[in-house]
Design a protein around this ligand. Structure first.
Ligand code: KIV
Length: 294
């Protein structure tokens, strides 16, 4: 039986009931089907797809068209989970009207339920404009990978009291601007916990400890499908990269040793049609084998 559709109100109720929210990324139809069947609350079509699916060095090259292409595939799985499309770098930073239009494309063209964007107080007017257009917005503060170069790398954020206070102020500003939830990425656990306790909206942590209202991981990290690097905050639940190599090696060995395809994978033919075909074949002699040049 299909689950009840998860909405932004479901997430709010989870926070009130202190029931942890589960969020995971997915970027295509089969993984969306699988994670939804597993019962996840939120599916994020994250711009992390640039790294784990498209092989870019970071998330900066990801375009709106690439995001929409993957978001549409996820939506075709018709998940019960809340679907969040991640606004990629330069889809919302330069211009308010462009930000609203791009956010709208996720709902109008790609079947998403909400969008996510990165940044703190500097993003308030953008968030307000998108929310005014009727589009739910998830915030994202702490380590914001689209600001990789400004931050000087993938580093823990909010280490000092002053930086931690600024993060709290960012979170309160995002809540006031109308965000329905906020991702806290790579923030010390006590800072994430303090922010969570001071917000009415849920926080979803990644590398932010256990005090958040929910947790999110990149699917390919959790499955061991992306082996370029694994951040310390990731818990690997499978080693699918190794499993894929093993399976494809076994397939190659089977083909090379004539074990695949077997009779169970082949199709036979009506004996009379086969006999007639064999007579016809006499008019088509097989070529004489060419000798391999040395
Ligand atoms: O793009 C992404 O996958 C994300 C998560 C890490 C929160 O933003």
């Amino acid at each position: 039986m299909a689950r009840k559709k998860v909405t932004i109100h479901t997430l709010q109720a989870r926070k009130a009931a202190r029931e942890p929210i589960t969020m995971i990324t997915a970027y295509d139809y089969p993984t969306a089907l699988a994670v939804d069947q597993a019962g996840v609350d939120v599916i994020l079509v994250g711009d992390s797809l640039g790294m784990v699916v498209l092989g870019y060095p970071n998330t900066l090259p990801v375009t709106m068209e690439e995001m929409l292409h993957h978001a549409k595939a996820v939506a075709r799985a018709n998940p019960s989970a809340l679907l969040v499309g991640d606004l990629p770098f330069m889809a919302y930073q330069a211009d308010l009207a462009e930000a609203v239009r791009n956010a709208g494309r996720f709902l109008k063209e790609a079947g998403m339920d909400a969008v996510k964007l990165e940044g703190g107080q500097e993003m308030v007017s953008t968030i307000e404009a998108i929310v005014r257009a009727g589009i739910p917005v998830m915030g994202h503060i702490g380590l914001t990978p689209q600001s990789l170069h400004k931050l000087g790398g993938y580093r823990l954020q909010g280490r000092t009291a002053v930086d931690a206070r600024r993060l709290l102020e960012d979170a309160l500003a995002l809540e006031a601007a109308g965000c329905f939830a906020i991702v806290l990425e790579m923030v010390p656990e006590p800072v994430a916990t303090a922010i969570t306790q001071r917000l009415r909206i849920p926080t979803i942590g990644i590398g932010a400890g256990s005090g958040c209202d929910g947790q999110v991981l990149v699917l390919h990290d959790l499955l061991g499908l992306f082996d370029r690097f694994t951040p310390r905050f990731v818990k690997k639940y499978a080693d699918l990269h190794r499993e894929i190599v093993r399976a494809v090696q076994a397939y190659c060995e089977d083909v090379r040793s004539h074990r695949f395809p077997g009779p169970e994978h082949a199709f036979s033919m009506d004996p009379e049609e086969l006999a007639a075909f064999q007579v016809m074949l006499e008019a088509f002699p097989a070529p004489t084998p060419v000798e391999e040049s040395k």
